[in-house]
Design a protein around this ligand. Sequence first.
Ligand code: 5AD
Ligand code: SF4
Length: 483
Amino acid sequence: MLDEHEHSLRGVESPAHDPNLCGPEGAVFTHDPLKLAVKNHPLAAGTKVHLLTFGCQMNKYDSAMVAGLLGERGAAFVENPEEAGLLIMNTCSVRGHAEDRVYNRLHVLKERKRREPGFTLAVMGCMAQKEGEQIAKKFPWVDLIVGTRMLDEFPRLLERVREGARTPLLAIDEKPDVKFGETVARRENKHMAYLTVIRGCNKRCTYCVVPYTRGPEVSRPIAEIVSEAQRLVDDGVVEIMLLGQTIDTYGYDLGGDTTLWKLMRELHAMEGLKRIRFITSHPEECREELFSTMHELRDKVMPFIHMPPQSGSDRMLKRMARGYKRERYLDVVRAARQRCPEIEFCGDWIVGFSGETDADVEASLSLMAEVEFQFSFVFKYSVREGTPAQNLDDDIPEEAKKARHARLSELQEQISLKKNRARIGGIEEVLVDGPSKHDEKRLTGRTRSYRLIHFSGGQELIGKIVHVKVTAATPLSLTGERV
Ligand code: 5AD
Ligand code: SF4
């Protein structure tokens, strides 16, 4: 019977090239080394679920949607993983460190599976997509492994586990798109939500695993995004962060005149939606229309852009296959500042990439200083299996990577401090996030340019936009008083 359900299971594949992994159904892994006689019913109403998310905002979005799907089916979410009958890990492959943390947990969970046979363990996301077969072999106590393009099938797959399917059940498919339907994201933050508008990446930066874990670019139609945004606003959301690996290419694959700025216009018209943000931009793809639209719609579209340079050295940019030179990056910054004067920049940097010399590091430092980024995320290069850079020497010793990381981080700290101090005395428009982590009687929020700000005020302000006069600054945050 080839109903919709069966169709979805076409994605439940064993690797054809490894017959030892193939069960009699040809589709499901066979081993169940813990010999679990009885499976519990993970989707039964009240099943306690803990969902642990590693990695980027895209993963947070996927987690919120999967949680939405499970919540609709009666799952209850618990903060303590020890209390959960179903533990889901949404994984990240971008750097080795993120993967190691998941592998460590999977090792530890073997004992728990032995102790609690009814306990269900699922791995989803980028590692599931890229390493699913290896995870199934090395950690046969995992029940369910769901790749990035099968996440909308999560409840059905879980149902299969519940019905006693052989585990680990592996669902990795190159399905073109993920359709979460009418589900409303189950968020930690009531008034802020992520919304993925384009999945995948068509670039091939040599160090990066994302094109292999997330597949090619697929944009969602504007109407679908607007209706998801409306459901979020109806659910109390006032700020939406639009997500894409290279968000500037949003709409290209849809043909016609669909662009990021057209989408912004549609969302701008939505009553109740107060703030729109978007990440991540690519220096080669950023268009001037984006900056003029940001300025024109500045009452709602926030003046902040995350546009990773990765390096300030043309030689390194070429080795990384980034597709632009330092001068292009600076041109984009100038164009952005001219069209949208309020704009602030955030950057990602990789230090210790193959062949990086001291002169290349100096070039990154000087670009950082010239642009005056508001924040930066600095990463030590980590070789990723299957990427083009795997064939290049990882020739920068860990100590040198650390030292370079420290140099870039220190410079960024100085720049951030200088820029934040310049805000003292000014008034910031702040969306109130919640109680401060350091002092429960105080609140934190985000300014238009995404700066963290602490101030005093009552809980009733959470989710509201207030005005705060800045009185002090550190590299990472501002402090102020409501006016
Ligand atoms: N090693 C270190 N950092 C990486 N990034 C991506 N791939 C790697 C890698 N192999 C960084 C880039 C990217 C950010 C999300 O992670 O800076 O912008
Ligand atoms: Fe990775 Fe480059 Fe695509 Fe960004 S643009 S996700 S760094 S391949």
